[in-house]
Design a protein around this ligand. Structure first.
Ligand code: F6P
Length: 346
């Protein structure tokens, strides 16, 4: 092994820079050069890269986002001729740079592409990333802990203003199909109702819980995932446009829910959308260490020619699992955990 590439794809996530640091530091120990490709798969298609030497990765450990930039470009999107021309471009990039292998750091979409590229003959390993924590085959993804802490702090802060004004405050938290961030932040922050995509909610039950609580408290906090769905209603989306991986833009459920709660309870209600604040800023210590460990492991996989695998946290060990296991099905919040959370409602 002489030269490898690394890229970050999909939504950014606190902890990406520690992974890059782990990859480069480990690679340099084995005299392997690392090229960082710009903006996810787009950089590989366009052959846009920079050499990641010690100087390039200096001072990045605590920084949020990704020094490589990211995009939701999908080389397998489009007609068959488009896909073939993308694969040719990627082959050209590998050959012209004498790349022995590539580390793809990303979520379900990016790792799905990594898996397909492996099947198409490229040497690729993956590192799972998402604040949503919804990737299968790993106990946790880095970024999740940071997001939960940001959302928890927001809930903490909302308590005092909700109480001062005797209001209900609905806080909308990220999570398209999995409510991990909402559930953990809601539990840790002491939300009075937690609504997640996995458990379609009954508005009457939400209203009932808030009214019951008003017998002893003059305020309530409702934590709702952006992908939460009211029973017999559709998911709330901002528009109908979809991206290259087939996702619609979510958002708006908090506002709609707040209006309904105010109407049905008569209590003054406000809503807050945490949005991308949950993805910005410094990673927590947990996410930094997990990122570094994943980065080092990814290079070990390459050194062993163990392609088609992704790094994974299993208990306290970093292990390798097939990419296909990580991207097959989403890891969603199970009933038992949600039932536990219900002990703290109202
Ligand atoms: O997948 C991570 C995530 O932050 C989701 O929680 C959210 O729905 C989505 O990305 C937002 O995407 P974008 O940054 O493209 O608006």
């Amino acid at each position: 092994m002489k030269k490898i590439g690394v890229l970050t794809g999909g939504g950014d996530c606190p902890g990406l820079n520690p992974v890059i640091r782990g990859v480069v530091r480990k690679a340099l120990k084995h005299d392997i050069d690392v090229l960082g490709f710009r903006s996810g798969w787009r950089g590989l298609l366009k052959n846009e890269h920079k050499l990641l030497d010690l100087q390039a990765i200096s001072g990045i450990l605590h920084r949020g986002g990704t020094i490589l930039g990211t995009s939701r470009t999908n080389p397998y999107h489009g007609e068959q001729e488009d896909v073939q021309s993308n694969l040719n471009a990627i082959k050209q990039t590998f050959e012209s740079n004498n790349l022995d292998a590539l580390v793809a750091i990303g979520g379900e979409d990016t790792l799905g592409v990594a898996n397909k590229l492996c099947q198409d003959g490229f040497n690729v390993v993956g590192v799972p990333k998402t604040i949503d924590n919804d990737l299968s085959a790993t106990d946790f993804t880095f970024g999740f802990d940071t997001s939960v802490n940001i959302a928890m702090e927001a809930i903490d802060r909302l308590h005092s203003t909700a109480e001062s004004h005797s209001r209900v405050i609905v806080v909308e938290i990220m999570g398209r199909h999995a409510g991990w961030i909402t559930l953990h932040a809601g539990l840790a922050g002491g939300a009075d109702v937690i609504l997640i995509p996995e458990q379609p909610y009954d508005l009457n039950e939400v209203v009932g819980a808030i009214k019951r609580r008003y017998n002893r408290k003059n305020f309530s906090i409702v934590a709702v995932s952006e992908g939460a769905i009211e029973k017999s209603a559709d998911m709330v989306t901002q528009d109908t446009e979809i991206d290259a991986f087939g996702h619609v833009k979510l958002g708006g459920v908090g506002e709609i829910l707040a209006k309904k709660i105010e109407k049905q309870t008569g209590f003054e209600t406000r809503h807050v959308v945490l949005g991308h604040i949950q993805r910005g800023g410094s990673p927590t210590a947990f996410d930094r260490v997990l990122g570094l460990r994943f980065g080092v492991k990814a290079v070990e996989l390459i050194l062993n020619s163990d392609f088609g695998k992704m790094t994974s946290l299993s208990g306290n060990a970093i292990v390798a699992v097939p990419l296909a296991d990580g991207v097959g099905t989403l890891k969603t919040v199970d009933h038992d955990l949600y039932d536990l959370a219900k002990n703290f409602f109202d």
